[in-house]
Every structure is written in structure tokens, then in C-alpha cells.
Ligand binder design. Structure first.
Ligand SMILES: [Zn+2]
Length: 655
């Protein structure tokens, strides 16, 4: 290994993962095989890499998050600063930075990660335990962590922190080939697997995350103990936990509410999303993982039921989840307040992590449709265009008070968002089996890129060109080695057809207009129309592909009106506007200082136009509101970039 240059090593590591006895039938095409080079995402990823990631690294320094590790390592005196789960802000930014190193070498960033990892190594206790909030002064542990290890799992976050450590470790190992952080994670995971289980402590994590992280560690190492413990932790939820005494802090009584942590019933019996939204998303993602990797149909069915419940009764149009601020949790059926919407950025990140896994499990495009809705709206709104201020909550209405800030006391969201965006190249394509041909290449996200995809033993170079999400013309040129019989599955988003979401929660209030058009053209030949035969969300084109064959997809993108289910009282008498995957919002700054009093009658026509001068370039929608007043709407993700002011997604249709 020593003589292999780093760049080659990266490819090897991504290309040759540990072979597992069971896995998802479909695999994402690795991020290192896809280069995003479009006009929308490429600049955003550049901002993420050059502004957001360094900003968070600095905030972690300035807010004592790094100092906590220095204290645990014996390099500094004093007590643990801040919340006991602040360690995860270090782990998550290492994860984000590692993905960025896999894509763009950066020796200074690499060295900074090495330094942080060295500190983490020195903070780890001999038996693998890693929790500065206790290690700094075991006789006087930080508030909320309990007098002994593991006994306050309801609220200590010991296992939650461990989970983010493993995710960071796997990302760092895969990006750099270095085992430094991976070995720390393995030592900790071995302790966790010795401590919890059928013959150990009967407890679950008060904040899910360890489950999906153990699966990742299993995937990276092939050590089946990690999968076994992940499976046990998922199955243990809802059972009696004799080793989980009540959390004593009355200010955090919700930690003892079993529904708050999705512990109210065994997972296989759950059919309604309840409790803390981020916790729920991480658990459901792990349920999909365990279902696939242990071939457990009961878990798969539970994930399906929970998914249908979320998309039918608990999903904001922006893809956000979590209606209630007091407990950061799901509400009753159709409880979707707009001004008070909680919709934590982390919950959107979690929703995407879950939907990506549901796609790998079932191969249905409806999960990518939802992934896309969450990504372009719920996730992207979490960060400013400049990349250095963030939302924790993402309301769908503002009276002028909401404002992004540089960091938070509880800073889970910024680094979570940074690690999500950095993974985007790995979410564009996937490869799966095809009973009759060499396999299927799934074109999931329409983003301009060039890629090098392996299907069977064959490499296929792909060049994708598009202005998506501003227009729906996509061209995909294939350059297979030789020629090849395989299938290309093009996702036909639900928004381009008859409904915005796979339920009756939202519906279009106008006609779809022109249907999507698909054609294929070979070199020196006429384009051939492909019938719009959509199955599981995809048009599948199987043929003997030759170099230069080009697929053209046209997804017409009229601005469309959406209305909500009658049960969603907060949206009653209101309309939202969507164009392509983007949900729109009206802001005071574009509408004479006010947005909440706008009335856009059903009869008003909606015009769209690209404005290169506005918000780094956006397609705006305009028309005549009630009273002859002109209105202008911008993509929701871009709101709050020109100061504070009123904003609304759901606009009144009558005065
Ligand atoms: Zn968060």
C-alpha cells in the first residue's frame, strides 16, 4: 500500500469495498466517480468547501468544542464547556471535510484533520471509552452525563456521540486511506458491542444515530459484530430496558417519554412517526439498513408504513418534518403550522438519509422524488448563499423576526448540512441489477456532471448537461467501453406528472400541461422517441448502447399551484407555488415591504423568468396580486438573504 499514490488509493478504496454476504440490491455510484460541473450545484459545493467547512472548523475552536478534547487529552485545565453532545460538531465536520478531501486535495485541511484526530486519540480512555464530558473529571462529570458510564442513556448522548464518531471515521478512512480515526472508532465500537446486547446492558440510545453508524462501520470493516449490535439496538426499542433508569433532570422530562425517542413500541409494530423528528429520521434510516443487510422483511414493512405515514400526514411542502418547537417533534395528523414550523435542518438531512436508503431498498423513484424535494428546499434553506450563516428552524412563514446566525449553542445543524451537501456527487447515480441485461444505471438527480460508472465489468463514461433546476432539459451522453447491453433508468419526477407528493397531502390545483418527453439519438442518426412507460417512477431504456448515444429528457417546468389536504388547517384557503423541484416563497423585500398580506387569486397568471442579477441567479415567478399589486416570488431556499422581513410559502387566495 505504501507505494500507491494517494489519488489512486482513494479510487481503490471507493471501488473495492468489503464484500458483504447481504446488502442492498442497488448501490450508489461513489462520489469519487462523479464530478459535478453545472451552474447550480458546482458553485454551491465550492462555497460549502471553501466557506462553510472552514467556518465551522473555526467556530468549533472559538466555542470551546475543541478545547474540551484538549482537556480530556490532558493538554488544558478546566471543566467541560457547553453541552455534552457538542463533540459531535467535531465529528460531523471531520466527516464533511473528509468527503471534501476525497474530491479536492487540500494539504492544510488534511493536516488540520490529523491534528483533531490526534486530540481525539489522546482523549480516548484505555478501554475505548470516548466522552470528554466524563473523562475530563470523572468525579465531577458535566451536567446530564450521569455519575457512571452509560446509566443516563435517556439523555447522556454517549451512544449518540459515538455514532457520529464512527460516521466520521469511515468517511476519513475512505477519503484518505488513513486508519487513524477508524482505529479509534473500532476501539470504541468494540467497547459498545461488549457493553450492550442480549448478554449486556439492556438499554437503547436516547438519541438514535449509533444504529446506522454501526452499520457503516460494519460496511467498512466487514466485522459482523457491528451489524449484530445495530440490529439488536433497533430490535430492542420498545422493549423493557432494566438498565435505563429515569433521567433525573426535570427540565428535560421529555427524555423519559418513550415516544419522544421512538421507544413506545417495538419497531416492527410502529406505524406512526412520533417524537423528536431528528431521532426518528435516524432510527428509520437504520431500520432500512438493518432490513436490507439482515434480510428482515418485518423491518422493511415497518419502514414502509412509517414512510407512508410521514408523507401522508406529517410532511411540509418543503420536505421539512417536525411541527412542534417545544419538543422538536412530530405533531398530530396534519398539524403543520407555518409560522411556528420547527422543521429543523437536521431533520431534513435525516429525511434525506432515510429516503436514499429507502430507494436502495426498493428501487422506487418516489423516494428520490422526496429526497429531491427535501434537498432543494428543506436542506438548502438551512444555509445562506454566502455559506456562513445558518437556520436551525426552517419555518414556512416569517413575521420578520427569523434570521440565520453564525453558529448555535446547540450547533448540530451547520455541520450536518455541510456533510450532506458534500456527499451530493455520490447521490446522482446508482447501479442495480437487471434480470435480462448487465444491469441498470439509475439517473436519480439531474445535475450537470461527468462520471465514470461501473456496470458489471464494463466502465461507462457519462456526460450530463442541464440547467436543472431552472429548466428541465437534460442531455445524457454515454460512452461505454465497446458497446453494452444495459438499462438506463431515468427518474420521471412526480412533480412533472400528476402529483407533487406520493399521498393526498398536497395536490396540484392546475393542469400538468405538456408531459415529459424522452428520446435517444445515436451518432449520425435521427432521435428516436421513447414511450413514456413509467414504472416505479422510472422510464427504463434498455438497448445495446454505443459510444455517443445520447438521451434527451424534457421535463416541462411551468409554475404550478399547489393546495393542501383539508386537514391541514394552516394552509386552508391558501396556495403555494412550485416550479420544477423548487418551492417558492414571497418575501417583503420584493413585494413593497410586506408579504403576509398578499392575495393571489386563482385567476392570476404566473410568469417565470430568469434573473441573473438576483440571489446568485434565480428563476423568479411574478404576476398580479389582488388589488392590481404586482408580486414576485423567489425559490424558498434563497429567502432571508437580503435582511429580515416577512416571508410566506402559503399565500392567501382570497382577501
Ligand atoms: Zn440540528
Amino acid at each position: 500500500m505504501r507505494s500507491i499514490p494517494a489519488a489512486v488509493l482513494v479510487t481503490l478504496l471507493f471501488a473495492a469495498p468489503v464484500a458483504l454476504p447481504r446488502d442492498y440490491a442497488i448501490h450508489a455510484v461513489p462520489m469519487t466517480a462523479v464530478t459535478i460541473d453545472d451552474g447550480f450545484w458546482a458553485p454551491k459545493l465550492e462555497v460549502n468547501r471553501t466557506v462553510t467547512i472552514p467556518h465551522i472548523l473555526k467556530e468549533n475552536d472559538d466555542t470551546g468544542r475543541v478545547a474540551n478534547f484538549e482537556r480530556a487529552a490532558g493538554k488544558k485545565t478546566g471543566a467541560y464547556e457547553g453541552r455534552r453532545f457538542n463533540d459531535t460538531d467535531i465529528y460531523k465536520i471531520i466527516e464533511a471535510a473528509s468527503y471534501s478531501l476525497a474530491l479536492v486535495p487540500d494539504p492544510r485541511l488534511s493536516t488540520r484533520l490529523d491534528e483533531l484526530i490526534q486530540l481525539i486519540a489522546e482523549s480516548q480512555e484505555k478501554d475505548g471509552y470516548l466522552f470528554p464530558a466524563r473523562t475530563i473529571d470523572p468525579q465531577h462529570p458535566a451536567p446530564g452525563v450521569g455519575p457512571e458510564r452509560w446509566i443516563y442513556e435517556n439523555g447522556s448522548h454517549e451512544l449518540y456521540n459515538a455514532g457520529h464518531l464512527y460516521e466520521a471515521a469511515v468517511a476519513h478512512f475512505e477519503a484518505t486511506g488513513k486508519r487513524t480515526l477508524l482505529d479509534i472508532a473500532i476501539k470504541n465500537a468494540d467497547l459498545v458491542c461488549r457493553t450492550f446486547g442480549p448478554n449486556g446492558r439492556h438499554a437503547v440510545s436516547g438519541h438514535e444515530e449509533i444504529e446506522l453508524a454501526l452499520v457503516k462501520l460494519y460496511r467498512a470493516t466487514g466485522n459482523a459484530t457491528y451489524l449484530k449490535t445495530a440490529e439488536w439496538l433497533v430490535a430492542e426499542r420498545g422493549k423493557p430496558h432494566p438498565d435505563m433508569p429515569p433521567y433525573p433532570d426535570k427540565a428535560f422530562e421529555m427524555y423519559n417519554d418513550r415516544a419522544y425517542k421512538q421507544d413506545q413500541a417495538p419497531v416492527v409494530e410502529q406505524d406512526r412517526a412520533v417524537g423528536h423528528a431528528v431521532r426518528a429520521m435516524y432510527l428509520y434510516a437504520a431500520v432500512a439498513d438493518v432490513a436490507a443487510l439482515t434480510d428482515n422483511d418485518a423491518f422493511a414493512r415497518a419502514a414502509d408504513r412509517l414512510w407512508q405515514d410521514v408523507v401522508s400526514k406529517r410532511l411540509y411542502l418543503t420536505g421539512g418534518v417536525g411541527a412542534r418547537g417545544t419538543t422538536e417533534s412530530f405533531g398530530d395528523d396534519y398539524e403543520l403550522p407555518n409560522l411556528r414550523a420547527y422543521t429543523e435542518t437536521c431533520a431534513s438531512v435525516g429525511n434525506d438519509l432515510w429516503n436514499q436508503r429507502m430507494f436502495l431498498l426498493h428501487g422506487d423513484g418516489k423516494y428520490i422524488d422526496l429526497f429531491e424535494r427535501v434537498l432543494y428546499n428543506g436542506v438548502l434553506a438551512g444555509v445562506s448563499l454566502a455559506g456562513n450563516t445558518f437556520f436551525y428552524q426552517n419555518p414556512l412563514e416569517s413575521n420578520g423576526r427569523a434570521k440565520r446566525t453564525e453558529y448555535f449553542e446547540v450547533a448540530c445543524c451547520p455541520a450536518n448540512l455541510a456533510r450532506m451537501l458534500e456527499q451530493l456527487p455520490g447521490l446522482v447515480y446508482a447501479v442495480g441489477p437487471d434480470t435480462r441485461a448487465a444491469g441498470t444505471i439509475y439517473a436519480n438527480l439531474y445535475i450537470g456532471n461527468h462520471a465514470d460508472v461501473k456496470i458489471g465489468d464494463r466502465r461507462v463514461k457519462i456526460v450530463e448537461d442541464t440547467r436543472y433546476p431552472w429548466d428541465g432539459d437534460v442531455s445524457i451522453r454515454l460512452e461505454p467501453e465497446g458497446s453494452g447491453d444495459f438499462t438506463v433508468a431515468l427518474r420521471i419526477p412526480e412533480w412533472s406528472r400528476d402529483r407533487p407528493v406520493p399521498s393526498d397531502l398536497y395536490r396540484f390545483a392546475d393542469n400538468a400541461g405538456e408531459p415529459p418527453v424522452v428520446s435517444v439519438r445515436s451518432r449520425n442518426a435521427e432521435a428516436q422517441r421513447v414511450p413514456l412507460d413509467i414504472r416505479d417512477g422510472y422510464v427504463r431504456i434498455r438497448r445495446n448502447w454505443k459510444g455517443g448515444d445520447t438521451i434527451h429528457l424534457t421535463l416541462p417546468m411551468p409554475a404550478r399551484r399547489i393546495v393542501a389536504h383539508a386537514g391541514a388547517k394552516d394552509d386552508e384557503g391558501r396556495v403555494a407555488i412550485q416550479r420544477g423541484p423548487l418551492v417558492y416563497a414571497v418575501e417583503g423585500v420584493d413585494n413593497g415591504g410586506h408579504a403576509l398580506d398578499l392575495v393571489i387569486p386563482r385567476s392570476a397568471s404566473l410568469r417565470s423568468a430568469f434573473r441573473a442579477d438576483l440571489l446568485n441567479g434565480v428563476e423568479v415567478i411574478s404576476g398580479q396580486a389582488e388589488g392590481g399589486r404586482a408580486f414576485l416570488a423567489i425559490p424558498y431556499y434563497a429567502w432571508n438573504n437580503r435582511g429580515q422581513g416577512e416571508m410566506s410559502v402559503w399565500i392567501k387566495e382570497k382577501p
